[in-house]
Design a protein around this ligand. Structure first.
Ligand code: HEM
Length: 511
C-alpha cells in the first residue's frame, strides 16, 4: 500500500479543560512528561505539543509515534486549521495565501500568485538570480589562493549553545538577497553589508514563538502577545524592513519583478486582482518570510554532499551519463529535502462539516489533524534505509517517475494521484516536503532553480570539505535522545526548521 492510499494524518484532540491541570504539572516538573502515557497526553492537551516545540524535536517525536501507529489515507475532508489565522494576526491582521484558512479566499489568492510565479517569469529573472550567486561563490575563498578557505558556517541560527556568534552565514545572505532582487528589484544587500543581517535570526525565532503560542489556541492572542513579546520581537524588525521596502518600491517605475507581476496578475475567471493590502502581504511572504525555507533546503544539500564523501568529488558529480541531464543534482536536492524537510513537522488542517473517517475512526468537524513530514519521509514502509543519504533512489528507469521540479503545478497535483508499486514511486508518494494538493507550494520551481544554481556553481568551482575539527550540524549523543546520528543534518522544529552549520571550507579547483 502506498502512502497515497492512506490519509496523512496525525490526530490531535483539543481538550481545553485538561490544559490547566497539565500546565500546572509541567510548571512543577522540568523534563519528559512522566507516569501517564504519551498517547493519553496527546489526546488530552496542547501542552504535549508545546513541550516538544520548546525542545524543537516535535518532528522526531512524530517519527517515533508513527512507528507505533498507522493512520493514513488521502483526499481528506479538511481545510487549513484556525492556527493559520492566528499566525496572520501577529503579522498585522491581513492574511496571505499561506495563512488564510478560508478556502474561497485562498483559491483566489493562489490563482493570482501562480500566474505571477510561473516558470516563464522566473526564467526571465535569471540574471538577477545569477548576479547574487556569482557574488556568493566569489566570496567563499580568498582570491586565487590554492589552500582551503577559512571555515564558513553555512546557515548558523544559533540553535546550539556553543555556536559562535561572529560567523557569517553565506547561504542565508544569498537567498534573502535573491528574493529581494526578484520580488522588488532591490537586494537587501545582506551579502555585502551587515546592517540587516539580524533579521535572519530574529524572524525565524519570532515565527518559532508564534508557532508555539498558536498551539495554545485556548489562550487569547493579545494576552499571548504581551506574555511572549520578546519571543516575537523579530516580527517588528521584519514588518519594519518590509514597510520601508514597499515604500521604496511604490515610488519606482514598474520593472521586471514579482511585485510588478503580482500587481498585474488577475484571476482568470473573475478578472479580480490584489488590493494594496493583499499585495503587501503576498509580496512580504515571498521575500524574507519564504527565504528561510530555501536556506534550509540549500544548506541541507551542502551538509549531505560534504558528509557523504563519495559525492563530494566534483568529477563524480558533474561527469557521467547520470549527470547528462543533471538528474543527479536534482536527486541530491530531493534526497536532502527528504532527509531534512524545511517544514519538518505538521501543517494543521481542520476537519470540515461532515467529519472524517480515518482508519475506521470518525473525527468530528473542527478536529485538528496534520501530516508529519519528517515522520513520513523516514518511514521504512516507503523508503528503504531512510536515514541514509542515497540520491540514486530518485533516479528511475521509469520515465513517469522523473523528479518533479514544479514546472507545472497541474502536473504536481496530478502526480499525487498516480499509483505504482515501483520502489521510486512508493518513495515519491510519501514525499511531502512541498506539501500536497490545493495548498502545496507554488514556489517549488523557484526553489529548485535557486538551490541547484548555488550548489552546481559552487561544486563546479570549488572542492569542499567539512572543517576537520568541526561537527556542527551533525547529530551526536550530546544533543540528546534520538539525535545521535552523525550523518543526519540536525534541525529544530520551529514551524520551519532551524539549524546550525555545517562548517565548510572551500578550495578553488584547477579547471
Ligand atoms: C525548498 C524550498 C521550499 C519548501 C520545502 C517549501 C515548502 C512549502 C510547503 C510544505 C508549503 C505548504 C504550506 C501549507 O500547506 O500550509 C508551501 C506553501 C507555499 N510556498 Fe513553499 N517551500 C519552498 C520554497 C518556496 C519559495 C522559494 C516560495 C516563494 C517564492 C514559496 C512560496 C510558497 C507559498 C506562497 C505557499 C502557500 C501556497 C498556498 O497556500 O497555496 N515556497 N511551501
Amino acid at each position: 500500500m502506498t502512502a497515497q492510499q492512506r490519509t496523512r494524518i496525525y490526530l490531535r484532540i483539543h481538550a481545553a479543560s485538561h490544559e490547566a491541570l497539565t500546565a500546572a504539572k509541567l510548571a512543577m516538573w522540568n523534563g519528559p512528561i512522566p507516569s501517564i502515557s504519551d498517547e493519553l497526553y496527546i489526546s488530552l492537551t496542547d501542552w504535549y505539543s508545546v513541550c516538544h516545540l520548546v525542545n524543537g524535536d516535535r518532528h522526531i517525536d512524530f517519527y517515533y509515534l508513527h512507528e507505533k501507529y498507522d493512520i493514513y489515507s488521502m483526499n481528506a475532508n479538511v481545510k487549513r486549521s484556525q492556527v493559520y489565522a492566528s499566525t496572520a494576526h501577529f503579522f498585522g491582521g491581513t492574511p496571505s495565501s499561506n495563512t488564510t484558512p478560508d478556502i474561497k479566499e485562498h483559491t483566489f489568492r493562489r490563482k493570482v500568485n501562480v500566474r505571477a510565479l510561473n516558470p516563464v517569469n522566473i526564467k526571465s529573472m535569471k540574471e538577477q538570480i545569477l548576479k547574487n550567486v556569482r557574488y556568493f561563490r566569489e566570496n567563499l575563498v580568498d582570491g586565487n589562493r590554492d589552500d582551503w578557505s577559512p571555515p564558513h558556517d553555512m546557515s548558523h541560527q544559533l540553535m546550539l549553545p556553543d555556536t559562535r556568534h561572529d560567523m557569517d552565514k553565506p547561504v542565508g545572505y544569498l537567498i534573502s538577497d535573491v528574493m529581494g532582487n526578484i520580488t522588488f528589484s532591490k537586494s537587501f544587500e545582506l551579502q555585502k553589508k551587515p546592517d540587516n543581517r539580524d533579521i535572519l535570526t530574529s524572524l525565524p525565532q519570532a515565527v518559532a514563538g508564534i508557532h508555539l503560542v498558536t498551539c495554545l489556541r485556548s489562550s487569547h492572542s493579545d494576552s499571548i502577545k504581551i506574555l511572549f513579546r520578546n519571543l516575537i520581537a523579530g516580527i517588528s524588525r521584519f514588518t519594519g524592513l518590509s514597510a520601508s521596502t514597499f515604500q521604496w518600491r511604490f515610488a519606482q517605475e514598474n520593472c521586471n519583478n514579482f511585485f510588478f507581476a503580482l500587481l498585474q496578475a488577475r484571476d482568470d475567471k473573475t478578472g479580480q486582482g490584489f488590493s494594496t493590502d493583499q499585495l503587501v502581504s503576498e509580496a512580504g511572504l515571498l521575500t524574507i518570510a519564504r527565504s528561510d525555507i530555501t536556506v534550509t533546503a540549500t544548506t541541507a544539500i551542502f551538509f549531505y554532499l560534504s558528509h557523504y564523501p563519495s559525492f563530494s568529488s566534483v568529477e563524480d558529480i558533474r561527469i557521467g551519463a547520470q549527470l547528462a541531464s543533471c538528474q543527479y543534482l536534482l536527486a541530491c536536492i530531493e534526497e536532502s529535502l527528504r532527509l531534512s524537510p524545511p517544514v519538518d513537522s505538521t501543517l494543521m488542517r481542520e476537519v470540515l462539516p461532515g467529519g472524517l473517517t480515518v482508519d475506521g475512526e470518525w473525527y468530528p468537524p473542527g478536529t485538528d489533524i496534520a501530516v508529519p513530514h519528517y515522520a513520513l519521509h523516514h518511514d521504512e514502509r516507503y523508503v528503504a534505509k531512510p536515514f541514509v543519504f542515497k540520491p540514486q533512489r530518485w533516479i528511475s528507469k521509469d520515465s513517469s517517475v522523473a523528479i518533479d521540479v514544479g514546472l507545472s503545478l497541474e502536473a504536481t497535483e496530478e502526480r499525487q494521484n498516480w499509483d505504482s508499486s515501483s520502489l521510486e514511486s512508493i518513495a515519491t508518494s510519501a514525499f511531502t516536503a512541498f506539501g500536497v494538493g490545493r495548498t502545496s507550494c507554488f514556489g517549488k520551481y523557484l526553489a529548485y532553480q535557486e538551490s541547484s544554481l548555488v550548489v552546481a556553481q559552487t561544486i563546479w568551482l570549488f572542492d569542499m570539505r567539512t572543517e576537520p575539527e568541526s561537527t556542527l550540524g551533525e547529530g551526536s549523543e550530546k544533543l540528546g535522545a534520538r539525535r545521535e546520528r552523525p550523518k543526519e543534518f540536525q534541525t529544530w522544529d520551529r514551524f520551519v526548521s532551524m539549524h546550525d552549520g555545517p562548517m565548510l571550507q572551500f578550495k578553488r579547483r584547477k579547471i
